[in-house]
Design a protein around this ligand. Structure first.
Ligand code: CA
Length: 226
């Protein structure tokens, strides 16, 4: 499967390494070093995946992410250096789908990109049994939820999270299990999971502070429905 991938990374060596890796995987790669060039590329062509460095020299990756997120359906994966975990959390809150930490384990990086590209490609072909609960309809065909018939605009991870919880309606799902499904067993952080839950609630709950759809089960995990 050949995909279009945009790499936004100011460090020459990392940019070339990533580009070579992805080209070896058979993808068509555009690699740019700053925010303006990234935005120009995104205007010119459609990408299947975006790899975005957070520290872009004089540019800020988070600012770029904020500018492009609403306009992109492609998965966005943050590249961060060690010690930037606060920025990673902000990035996830802004709608990034995943993150990788420099220096990379190349095999892990490639495996992760494959998962995201496969999911993005499979969006239209997955079985599409809808789940309804109160005001919302979960639509696997759209990979989104409808709230009062209006698209909630869920990211891939948010949709995956909602689909997992809704498939076990009325039963609490352990945090560890959710993290394993969401992050392919690589991340088990309560804090990161809580970020996803909060974002999801903001998009589908009438009052995210007093959720009626996604309930916290203290010390255990989360439950969809009553
Ligand atoms: Ca950088």
């Amino acid at each position: 499967m050949s995909s279009r991938v945009l790499i936004v990374e100011d460090e020459l060596v990392t940019r070339h390494l990533l580009a070579r890796l992805l080209e070896t995987e058979g993808h068509r790669v555009s690699a740019v070093s700053n925010a303006a060039a990234a935005e120009a590329s995104l205007l010119r062509e459609k990408f299947d995946l975006i790899l975005l460095d957070l520290m872009l020299g004089s540019d800020d990756g988070l600012t770029l992410l904020r500018r492009i997120r609403g306009k992109q359906s492609a998965p966005i994966i943050i590249i961060s250096a060690k010690g930037e975990s606060a920025d990673v959390v902000t990035g996830l809150e802004l709608g990034a789908d995943d993150y990788v930490v420099k220096p990379f384990n190349v095999d892990v990086l490639i495996a992760r990109l494959r998962v995201h590209l496969r999911r993005a490609a499979g969006r239209r072909t997955e079985p599409d049994e809808q789940i309804r609960a109160g005001r919302i309809t979960i639509d696997p065909g759209l990979r989104d939820a409808l709230v009062d018939d209006r698209a909630a605009g869920l990211t891939q991870k948010e949709f995956q999270l909602l689909q997992l919880l809704a498939s076990r309606r009325g039963r609490a799902v352990p945090r560890e299990e959710i993290s394993d499904v969401l992050f392919d067993g690589e991340i088990r952080s309560e804090k990161i999971l809580a970020v996803y839950i909060r974002r999801l609630r903001e998009k589908i709950e009438s009052d995210p502070e007093n959720p009626e759809l996604i309930h916290t089960v203290r010390g255990f995990g989360y439950r969809f429905g009553s």
